[in-house]
Design a protein around this ligand. Sequence first.
Ligand SMILES: [Zn+2]
Length: 248
Amino acid sequence: MENTIAQKLDALLKLQEIDSSLDEILKTRGDLPEEVRDLEDEIVGFETRLGKFKSEIANLNTEIDNFKNAQKEGEKLIKKYKDQQMNVRNNREYDAITKEIELQELDMQLADKKINEARARIRLIEEDANRAESILNERNEDLKAKKNELSVITSESESEEKALSAEREKHAKKIEERLLKSYQKIRDNSLNGLAVVHVQRGACGGCFSIVPPQRQADIRERKKLIVCEHCGRILADVESVQPVHQRR
Ligand SMILES: [Zn+2]
């Protein structure tokens, strides 16, 4: 069965009353939810950075190992060359092997240099990582405190919020989808969260623009949906007929 306009307006008024109460509850949380989200984002950022530092250090350690292995191979080669040098048949062969040994020694020195560079780089990364880690610990402490604070505030209003949400669902069902959507849209665009208002002392209860007497009479009849010409809010009734709702 289709609801009458008057019934829809009543449901909208009820919805507005519930939503305003829910807004009040959210207000008690202040900036805490946003601060918690910001901290969580920041912590993810630090954890990502620490992960990068770790993998950079792991890569450098692999590099160092590779150079060390190459040096071991080099030592073996040098030893082999020196054995060969004992059995050369002439000076030319001896000189050729000496050259090979020299080249191999140069390679090993270069590897030493690279190893030292990698170690220095690791130390720098470790310093950055330590700094990041101590900030991360601070942020985690902050987050814990803020989450606790928020959960205390939230738990105080938890049962009220639940009841209001259930109540809200009940009344929302009485309103068709399209109307509910425009209600939500008006609410989202309004600073005070009011989408449905009364005419109070001849003016829109949302933006205080004057509502002409003929329009007030139409609103009083509650035969069609009338919105404020200035702010677009739904004008559910005129105050003198039904007193403006009281917030709990
Ligand atoms: Zn208005």
